[in-house]
Design a protein around this ligand. Sequence first.
Ligand code: 6PG
Length: 219
Amino acid sequence: MKAIEKNLLAVALSGGSTPKPFYELLGSATFAGRVRWSSIQFFQVDERCVPPDDPQSNYRLIRHALLDSVPLPPANFHRMEAERPDRNLAAREYADQIARLLGPAPGGFPRFDLIFLGLGTNGHTASLFPNSPALEERQAWVVPAFVPELNTFRLTLTFPVLNAAASVIFLVSGEDKAETVRDVLEGPAGRFPAQFVRPVNGRLEWWLERGAARLLKKQ
Ligand code: 6PG
């Protein structure tokens, strides 16, 4: 049964440092009381292959910035268990968790209501990095991804899942991202992983902090 039939909102949260203030705001007294937390099912966009209490863990960031401040039922957060030795099994079982709640939509991929993404200075998003085999994945919903420049593994949602979403929002902040934002949004297509996020039947928005947007022609 799809989340919408259960009157649920399926949201996938990105990691990295950018969304931290946003998650803190969402969990603050200003907003926390205005959200029907029991109607939201949170998933992760990607996760580093570290224990959940590791400083590198995206789950740890989300827990400290948001989950510890809001009355979200524990069963409503679906953690990516990227620390497990068998990363392929962990990826498959995470996809099963998504399927149990969302089930594949007509295109064969789960339709999240909302996915928040970040952007790396090399144009990666989620854990879909330049030159990664994960960029070519067109069947699996979740895959392990080796990141050469970081010499580390991650688990990540794949492009077909990102592009099946009803709404995708990039959150980008910092002057250090300005050139990448300009090149991704106003440069030639097909150069950066982030340019392959094109929701098939959904909305794509870029929420840009002023410094990240400063080189854009169209403000
Ligand atoms: C991660 C994220 C990744 C992140 C970008 C930007 O696990 O790190 O999913 O895609 O969004 O690397 O990271 P910052 O927000 O820290 O600049």
